[in-house]
Ligand binder design. Structure first.
Ligand SMILES: [Zn+2]
Length: 129
């Protein structure tokens, strides 16, 4: 399913995989408070709504989770930012693990699956409360 996305800065139409707007050259995915802190509140709202559109399609979207977290930090919404960074961190771990598993063969596969399960449990228990 494809969604209609716009560049948060110039509002030109963009596709879901675009990293940089081809019209105004601005970054579509932001991971830096410094970059966004120079933008006005309307631009930040548009960044937020484009990330929310992506998260409606895929709540695990790594870049969109980081983006929402950064937008909330800029607005001083620290508590609201936290779950997005938690989700992003979990996804980074999954991606890391997938890359590891591609390089490894049994018996390491089951060992790493066990590490992943335990990490997720520990994360859910200790870091999200
Ligand atoms: Zn643009």
């Amino acid at each position: 399913m494809s969604v209609a996305l716009q560049c948060p800065q110039c509002q030109a139409p963009i596709s879901a995989n675009t990293k940089k707007c081809e019209y105004c050259q601005s970054e579509i995915f932001v991971n830096s408070v410094a970059y966004l802190s120079t933008k006005d509140s309307g631009v930040i709202s548009r960044y937020l709504s484009s990330y929310q559109t992506l998260l409606n399609e895929n709540p695990r979207n790594l870049e969109a989770n980081v983006g929402v977290g950064v937008c909330f930090l800029i607005r001083g919404l620290y508590q609201e930012a936290q779950p997005y960074f938690v989700m992003a961190t979990k996804n980074l771990f999954r991606i890391f693990l997938k890359l590891m598993l591609q390089k490894l063969r049994s018996p390491y596969v089951s060992l790493y699956s066990s590490v992943a399960r335990n990490f997720s449990t520990a994360y859910d228990t200790f870091l999200t409360n």
